[in-house]
Ligand binder design. Structure first.
Ligand SMILES: Cc1cc2nc3c(=O)[nH]c(=O)nc-3n(C[C@H](O)[C@H](O)[C@H](O)COP(=O)(O)OP(=O)(O)OC[C@H]3O[C@@H](n4cnc5c(N)ncnc54)[C@H](O)[C@@H]3O)c2cc1C
Length: 417
C-alpha cells in the first residue's frame, strides 16, 4: 500500500432498505469507507413490504433512463448475485371502457417505444387470446410491456447487503442514528439512539458524507438537523392469495390495482390511502375495504377458471406499508441543506411515489457516483455531474403543501412527462 495515498472518504448511509443497501454497496465499490446504519433489521421498512413489480416502461425521459438502468442491473444480479432472482414476466396496462385515460395510452406507448422499450398497444380481444387467464371484454385498450418481471424485494436487500459486507461495508443493524451538526471533521451522527432522543446519545462519529435513505422516516430525520424536505409517507396495501395464477403482471388502471404471479399463488395490491401517515404509528394490517376491493377486481379481471372466479379475500395474507410522496411526484436525490444552504456532506435519496424498489439499482448507483463526485469537488450542476437536475432536492423549500397522488396512475405517469 502506498503510504502517501489519501485515506478513503468515510461515508455513512442511513437506512437498510433497497436504496440504502445499493448505495452502500456501490460506494464501497468506488473505494469509500462505508458504514450502513439500520434502526431495525435489513429490509425492515418499505422494501420488506413491497410487491416486487419491476418494469422500465416509462414515458418520461429521465424516468425511462433510470428504469432501464435499474432493469439492466436486476438482470445482471440475477446471473451474479447469490440469493437473488429476477423472473421475467410481461406487464399489461389495462384501461376499461368509459375511462378517459384510454385516449392517452397510444401516445404514452409511443413515447415508451421512443426510449427503445418493447411496448405495444394491444386490442382487448388479442390480449385475451394471448393471455387466456385474463378477462378483457370490458377493456377499451391495453398495452403490453415485454421487458418486465418480478422478484422478492427483501431477498434483493439481503443478498446485496451480504455482498456489500464481503466488500468491506460495515453493516450496523438495530442501530438507529440521528443527525448531528456539521463540524470541521464532517457531518456528525449520533449513533445507537432514535431521532426522538434528540441526538444526545453516547457515541458520536463524524463522516465526510452522510446519505439519508431512510424511506418514510426521511423527513423527520432531516428535520432534526434543521433540513426541511417535502417527503410525505402514505399507506398502501398488498395481499398474497393461494389461488394459482400464471398470467402476466397486470395494472388495471381504471381500478387502480395490480397483480402478479407469486410462488404461493398470486399477489395483488394498491389500496392507496392518499393521506399522510405517521411512520412510527401506522396500521400495518390491511383494511377490510382493501380485501373487498381486490376481490372485486380479481373477479372482473381474471377468468373464472383462473383465480378470479372463487377468490376468497379472507383467505389471503394481506398487509400495509408506506410509500413516500413529493409535490411533483419525482424523488429527492442529491445534496441537501437548510434552506438556501446546501451542505456538501449531506445527501438525500427518498420520495419514490411507489416506485422506489424497482429503481433502487439505478438510484443507488447515482448516489455512489454523485457522492464521490461531490467529495471530489464537482458542483451539482457541472456538465459532468452524475446528479439528475429534475431530482434536485433544492427545487423545494420543504414546507410545500400538496395532495398525495397515487404513483402508478396513468395521469401521474403521462402528465409528468
Ligand atoms: C405494499 C407495497 C407495495 C409496493 N410495491 C412496490 C413495487 O412493486 N415496486 C416498487 O418499485 N416499489 C414498491 N413499493 C414501494 C417500495 O417499497 C419503496 O419505494 C422502496 O422500498 C423504498 O426503499 P428505501 O430503501 O428508500 O426505503 P425503506 O425500504 O423504507 O428503507 C429505509 C430504512 O431506513 C431505516 N431507518 C429509518 N430511520 C432510521 C434511523 N434514524 N436510523 C437508522 N435507520 C433508519 C428504516 O428502518 C428502513 O429500513 C411498495 C410499497 C408497499 C408498502
Amino acid at each position: 500500500m502506498n503510504e502517501r495515498a489519501e485515506p478513503a472518504p468515510t461515508v455513512a448511509v442511513v437506512g437498510g432498505g433497497a436504496v440504502g443497501v445499493t448505495a452502500a454497496h456501490d460506494l464501497a465499490a468506488r473505494g469509500a469507507d462505508v458504514t450502513l446504519y439500520e434502526r431495525g433489521e435489513l429490509a425492515g421498512g418499505s422494501s420488506g413490504r413491497a410487491a416486487g413489480l419491476l418494469y422500465d416502461a416509462y414515458a418520461e425521459d429521465v424516468e425511462a433512463a433510470v428504469g432501464a438502468r435499474a432493469l439492466e442491473r436486476f438482470r445482471a444480479f440475477d446471473r451474479t448475485l447469490p440469493g437473488f432472482s429476477f423472473t421475467p414476466c410481461p406487464y399489461v396496462i389495462a384501461v376499461r371502457e368509459g375511462d378517459a385515460d384510454a385516449d392517452a395510452v397510444p401516445a404514452m406507448v409511443e413515447r415508451m417505444r421512443g426510449h427503445g422499450r418493447e411496448v405495444s398497444v394491444v386490442d382487448p380481444d388479442a390480449l385475451g387470446e394471448r393471455f387466456p387467464s385474463l378477462r378483457t371484454d370490458d377493456l377499451a385498450v391495453a398495452a403490453v410491456a415485454e421487458g418486465a418481471g418480478w422478484t422478492d424485494p427483501p431477498s434483493y436487500v439481503r443478498a446485496l447487503a451480504d455482498r456489500a459486507a464481503r466488500e468491506g461495508v460495515a453493516i450496523e443493524t438495530e442501530t438507529p442514528v440521528a443527525l448531528g451538526p456539521r463540524t470541521e471533521s464532517g457531518r456528525e451522527l449520533s449513533i445507537g439512539e432514535g431521532e426522538e432522543d434528540g441526538g444526545s446519545g453516547a457515541e458520536t462519529r463524524a463522516f465526510d458524507a452522510v446519505v439519508v435513505a431512510a424511506g418514510a422516516h426521511t423527513r423527520s430525520l432531516l428535520a432534526d438537523a434543521g433540513v426541511s424536505v417535502p417527503v410525505v409517507p402514505y399507506r398502501v396495501q398488498a395481499l398474497v392469495a393461494a389461488d394459482a395464477y400464471d398470467g402476466p403482471m397486470v395494472y388495471d388502471a381504471t381500478a387502480d390495482a395490480y397483480l402478479r404471479p407469486h410462488p404461493d399463488g398470486l399477489l395483488a395490491g394498491d389500496g392507496t390511502e392518499p393521506v399522510p401517515a405517521d411512520p412510527d404509528d401506522y396500521r400495518r394490517e390491511a383494511d377490510d375495504w382493501f380485501r373487498a376491493d381486490v376481490a372485486t377486481v380479481l373477479r372482473e379481471r381474471l377468468d373464472g377458471a383462473a383465480a378470479g372466479g372463487d377468490f376468497d379475500p379472507d383467505a389471503s395474507r394481506a398487509w400495509a406499508g408506506l410509500c413516500t410522496a413529493t409535490p411533483d411526484g419525482d424523488p429527492l436525490l442529491g445534496p441537501v441543506g437548510a434552506t438556501g444552504k446546501t451542505d456538501p456532506a449531506l445527501f438525500v435519496a427518498a420520495g419514490w411515489q411507489g416506485h422506489g424498489f424497482m429503481r433502487a439499482p439505478a438510484v443507488g448507483e447515482i448516489v455512489a457516483e454523485g457522492v464521490s463526485a461531490s467529495l471530489d469537488g464537482t458542483a451539482f450542476d457541472a456538465p459532468d455531474s452524475p446528479w439528475i437536475g429534475a431530482f434536485d432536492p433544492a427545487r423545494f423549500d420543504g414546507d410545500e403543501e400538496f395532495e398525495i397522488a397515487e404513483g402508478m396512475s396513468l395521469s401521474e405517469r403521462t402528465e409528468n412527462g
